[in-house]
Design a binder for this molecule. Structure first.
Ligand code: AHM
Ligand code: MG
Length: 333
C-alpha cells in the first residue's frame, strides 16, 4: 500500500471539471492504461519469449521496418479499445488505414484514438526507453454509424485528451485533458498507476537540446546556426548546453518536460517534410507541452493549428521549453 492516488480514483475525481471530461472519456483513458500494462509486461520479458524480439519481416505503410513488438503493441491497444465500447475507431502508425470498429457497442462510442503503439522502434531490441503516444478526439461522424476519416483528420486543437506512456527505468503514464498535465507511475508490485507527478510544468528554459546530429548537414543552414548557438558560450547560460538524444521521442520529450530543454526534428534531405507524424506523435505532445507551459511548432506555425490532409502526414517538429523554442524560431525568421 502507498499513499498515492490511483489513476482510476484520480479520473473519477476529475469528471465534470470540463464539459468533455466525463465518464466515457475516463473509460478511454483507463483502457489505454490497461493496454499499456500489457505492453509493459511484454516489453519487460521480451528477451525471454520467442517471437518478441527482432523485426516482424514487413514494413509499415511508411516504408519502415516493423518490429515484432510494434505489432504486438498495436494489437493490444486495438483489441482493448475495441472491447471497451467508448471508442468508435482508431488510427495507428502500424496501419495504413484507420479502423472503424463494427460492433454495435463501439459504434455508439463518442471517441476516436490515434496512436503510435510503440515509439522509438530502433530502441526496442536494445533495452532503451520506448513509449506509446496517444491522442483522443470526439467523433464528428454520427453516433451509431461507422467512424469516418473526418473523425481522424481533426486539428490538434480539437483534441480532448492526449498523452504518452514511457516504458523507461520506471513506467509512467502522462496525460492532459486540457486542465494541466498529470503524471502517474506504475507500481510493479500492484500493477496500478499512481499519481506521482501533479500538475507538471515544463521549465521556462533549460540546458538540454535533443536532435539527431547525424543529420546536421542535411538540414536548413539556419538550424545548423541554432545548434552552434546551443553549443557556444554565447547562449543564455554562457556555456554550452548538453546534447541528449535518446532517439525515442517520448523519452526525449519527457526529459525536457521535467528538466527543461528542446527537441528538434527538422526537415532533412532524407525526410523533406519532416520525420515525425503530425497526428499521433506531434499533436499529442504539442497538447501536453502547451498545457505544461511549453511550445510546439513546425518552424512556421503552432502544431495544433495545422489541418491534417492525411493520416500519416509528416512534419518538422520543434517542442520544449517556451523560451528555447522561441529562440530556435528566431533563427528561422
Ligand atoms: P518510430 O515511431 O518508427 O519509432 O519513429 C519515431 C522516432 C522517434 O521516437 C525518434 O525521436 C525519431 O524517430 C528518431 O529518428 P532518427 O533515428 O532518425 O533519429
Ligand atoms: Mg513513433
Amino acid at each position: 500500500m502507498n499513499h498515492f492516488t490511483k489513476l482510476n480514483d484520480f479520473l473519477a475525481s476529475r469528471q465534470g471539471t470540463l464539459k468533455e471530461y466525463n465518464e466515457e472519456l475516463s473509460h478511454v483513458l483507463k483502457d489505454l492504461a490497461t493496454a499499456s500494462k500489457i505492453v509493459n509486461r511484454d516489453i519487460c520479458r521480451a528477451g525471454l519469449v520467442d517471437g518478441f524480439i527482432g523485426a516482424q519481416g514487413g514494413q509499415n505503410i511508411q516504408g519502415e521496418e516493423q518490429q515484432k513488438l510494434d505489432v504486438i503493441a498495436d494489437n493490444a491497444f486495438i483489441s482493448i479499445l475495441e472491447k471497451g465500447g467508448a471508442v468508435c475507431g482508431i488510427a495507428s502508425e502500424e496501419n495504413e488505414d484507420f479502423v472503424a470498429f463494427k460492433n454495435p457497442k463501439s459504434r455508439e462510442g463518442n471517441y476516436v484514438v490515434l496512436f503510435d503503439p510503440l515509439d522509438g522502434s530502433s530502441n526496442i531490441d536494445v533495452n532503451v526507453s520506448i513509449g506509446t503516444i496517444f491522442s483522443i478526439y470526439q467523433r464528428v461522424s454520427q453516433k451509431g454509424e461507422l467512424s469516418t476519416i473526418e473523425d481522424m483528420l481533426q486539428t490538434g486543437a480539437q483534441q480532448v485528451a492526449a498523452g504518452y506512456v514511457l516504458y523507461g527505468s520506471s513506467t509512467m503514464m502522462v496525460y492532459t485533458a486540457g486542465q494541466g498535465v498529470h503524471g502517474f507511475t506504475l507500481d510493479p508490485n500492484t500493477n496500478d498507476f499512481y499519481l506521482s507527478h501533479q500538475d507538471m510544468k515544463m521549465p521556462e528554459k533549460g540546458r538540454y537540446y535533443a536532435m539527431n546530429e547525424g543529420n546536421v548537414n542535411e538540414c536548413d543552414p539556419r538550424i545548423v546556426d541554432y545548434i552552434k548557438y546551443c553549443q557556444s558560450r554565447k547562449n543564455d547560460y554562457d556555456s554550452p548546453y548538453s546534447g541528449r538524444y535518446i532517439g525515442s521521442l517520448v523519452a526525449d520529450f519527457h526529459r525536457n518536460l521535467i528538466k527543461g530543454g528542446i527537441y528538434i526534428y527538422p526537415c532533412t534531405k532524407e525526410a523533406p517534410e519532416g520525420r515525425l507524424r503530425l497526428l499521433y506523435e506531434c499533436n499529442p505532445l504539442a497538447f501536453i507541452s502547451e498545457q505544461a507551459g511549453g511550445l510546439s511548432t513546425d518552424g512556421t506555425q503552432r502544431i495544433m493549428n495545422i489541418k491534417p490532409n492525411k493520416l500519416h502526414e509528416r512534419i518538422a517538429f520543434f517542442t520544449g521549453s517556451k523560451s528555447m523554442v522561441e529562440k530556435a524560431m528566431s533563427f528561422l525568421k
